[in-house]
Design a protein around this ligand. Structure first.
Ligand code: M6R
Length: 613
């Protein structure tokens, strides 16, 4: 939430920062701003709205270039989206400017104290207090002023600060919100909330840790910790391919990411599955496998789409491994009284690796002696670094705010994890393991086949896009698919949608059914125990005049006769079916949103990475 970029060096910091802000727009897009050192002064431009508006305004700056720049995309927490509340924020003298990602929880008491000391405030933001505190502590040295200020703040921050009096310095600090430093060459650095804003300039990235402060200057990067001791940090090489953060000809990132799933699922499987030998391996967890296999219980912690994947993980552990498991919202878990058990295997699932609630849950578990394992996408992210061990899902950068490819990769990896435990506990004969691995390896090809239905799904969307409410139903492994389908629809097309376990409708939601309330049902795997039950649920809805759109397996005549519309998908083993069955709902949500004229990659009120609670 909120994107920060900063530049110090001999190049054109303004155009680089604007480009960086565009790459970071997935983190927030309700307002944007930039401050640059020009001709002995810091000039600042801000606007409500997206970076494209800021780009226009920048043309009015006295010069087009600057060697020292900070810039920001905002996702409002304190104060409405407006020019005044946009960052950079500054002090009374307008000599100190900063950009911030995070929340300062004690800002009200600090503001009161600062007002009593004569400071004037212009915005409603929590961030502005940081600028005034730095002003209060400034005695000719920006680093010292920042060092004195940070201990006064409670909450989270990624910060980049500049001062008019120190044109050769960019001070950055991090606690709870991500911040990385790209090293282009000696004396040229880019600071950002995410490497995606940097990698077209350099692949050498330094990851700041919490409570570290960095000073960037023509002499180099100097990083100190909260006790002011020097911290030696090596730049790490980021392997991402630039094409992965471009749209590559697709109209939206979301559509591109949906279509990349055959490839991203293959990447999740690569090197982990050997169908000939009937073996799986997860290098990142190999030292902990026996601990996990023998633990009394597992807990999956995550938010949003990642939580839906965690819920599938619960079914995997219980049904395939016989290991009791729960999936809990990280936002609830972090404040729950649930005792942390060092015998339990805790898993945190996160695409970004920066979600505030998931990170807080991880820290809570570790603080109380528990063991936490990560299933993360972003390499080097805070959760990936702080987990005891973990595995990457290797989905590549996910830019679309609506998560798609991360979900299918998470579920793929959870299936491999469950199969590793089956192997560790010697639960299945080799033939059964081989059967599962053959099915797993076929998934990318089967997803490819579902994607061939895009045209038909698009035409269905054109027919149905005007409905206002929707019900999504599925059972067992496909109950989380119903939840995920509903989440996808509501977040990008603003249609109210609810996901339910199919049998639950009789306990309330069936009252909503009429011809204006479509029901989306997953009814695959006709040999499956719950299939017949879902058919009964469909009959019940039809009997009440409801419209049914079903995802079913090719050749299923029962559903074809029952449902108003059927999207056919290839059949796989029941436990792997969510990876295939979610694809039609992803496409469906996308085309409905486009049809309704919604900004698919920048849905209102949302941001990709939720780094505040
Ligand atoms: O980065 P994470 O996986 O931790 O993010 C969790 C949720 O914020 C995320 O899945 C969110 O629900 C998506 N917008 C859903 O599409």
């Amino acid at each position: 939430m909120c994107g920060i970029i900063g530049y110090l060096g001999p190049g054109d910091g303004i155009s680089l920062s604007l480009r960086g802000l565009e790459r970071l727009e997935y983190r927030g897009y309700d307002s944007a701003g930039l401050a640059a050192w020009q001709k002995g002064k810091i000039v600042c431009q801000k606007t409500k709205g997206q970076v494209k508006i800021l780009r226009q305004k920048i043309l009015s700056l006295p010069e087009s270039k600057s060697h020292l720049v900070i810039a920001h995309n905002r996702w409002a927490t304190h104060g409405e989206p407006s020019k005044i509340n946009a960052h950079p924020q500054s002090d009374c003298s307008r000599k100190i400017f900063l950009v911030h990602n995070g929340v300062i929880e004690n800002y009200q008491s600090l503001k009161k104290w600062l007002k009593e000391r004569g400071h004037s405030f212009f915005s409603q933001t929590d961030t502005e207090v940081i600028a005034h505190l730095i002003e209060e502590n400034y005695q000719g040295n920006l680093l010292e002023a920042v060092q004195k200020t940070l201990p006064l703040l409670s909450g989270a921050y990624g910060l980049a600060v500049i001062s008019e009096s120190e044109p050769e310095r960019l001070v950055v600090a991090k606690k709870g919100s991500p911040l990385v430093i790209g090293v282009c060459q000696k004396g040229e650095y880019i600071v950002a909330s995410d490497p995606v804003a940097i990698i077209e300039h350099t692949r050498k990235i330094i990851y700041l840790d919490d409570e570290e402060i960095g000073v960037l200057s023509p002499q180099g990067v100097r990083i100190t910790n909260s006790s002011n001791s020097l911290v030696k940090k090596e730049a790490q090489s980021v392997e991402w391919d630039l094409a992965k953060i471009e749209k590559e000809g697709f109209p939206h990132f979301m559509l591109k990411e949906i279509f990349k799933q055959p490839e991203t699922i293959k990447n999740a499987l690569r090197g982990r599955v050997n169908k000939k030998q009937g073996k799986v391996k997860l290098g990142g967890l190999k030292d902990w496998l026996s601990f996990i296999a023998n633990c009394p219980r597992a807990v999956f912690l995550a938010c949003g789409t990642s939580w839906h994947a965690g819920l599938i993980g619960k079914y995997y552990f219980e049904n395939l491994v016989g290991l009791p498991a729960n999936a809990e919202y990280a936002s609830e878990f972090r404040y729950s009284q649930q005792p942390i058990d060092p015998q339990v295997a805790y898993f945190v699932i996160s695409q970004s690796g920066e979600t505030a609630d998931t990170l807080a849950s991880l820290r809570k578990i570790k603080k109380h002696g528990g063991h936490v394992f990560g299933l993360i996408n972003v390499v080097g992210s805070t959760i990936a670094r702080e987990a005891d061990a973990g595995v990457y899902i290797h989905a590549g950068p996910e830019i679309g705010v609506a998560s798609t490819k991360a979900f299918t990769s998470q579920v793929t990896l959870l299936s491999i994890l469950a199969l590793s435990l089956v192997q560790e506990k010697k639960l299945w004969p080799l033939s059964e393991m081989k059967k599962s691995l053959i099915a797993l390896e076929q998934i990318p090809q089967q997803v490819e086949e579902v994607l061939k239905n895009a045209k038909r799904i698009k035409s269905l969307a054109k027919k149905y896009y005007q409905f206002q409410n929707a019900l999504y139903l599925g059972r067992e492994y496909n109950f989380p698919v119903a939840l995920e389908g509903a989440l996808k629809l509501k977040e990008i097309s603003y249609i109210h949608a609810e996901g339910y376990p199919a049998a639950e409708i009789k306990h309330g939601p069936i009252a909503l059914i009429d011809q204006n309330m479509p029901t989306f049902v997953v009814a695959t795997n006709p040999d499956d125990l719950v299939y017949q039950k879902v058919i009964t649920n469909i009959e019940e809805i039809k009997a009440r005049g409801g419209n049914i759109l079903a995802v079913a397996n090719s050749g299923d005549k029962v559903i074809e006769n029952l449902a108003n519309q059927v999207i056919l998908v290839p059949q796989t083993l029941d436990f792997l079916s969510p990876i295939i069955n979610i694809i039609p709902w992803q496409l469906w949500s996308y085309y409905v949103a486009v049809q309704r004229g919604c900004d698919v990659d920048k849905p209102r009120n949302l941001a990709k990475s939720v780094t505040v609670e």
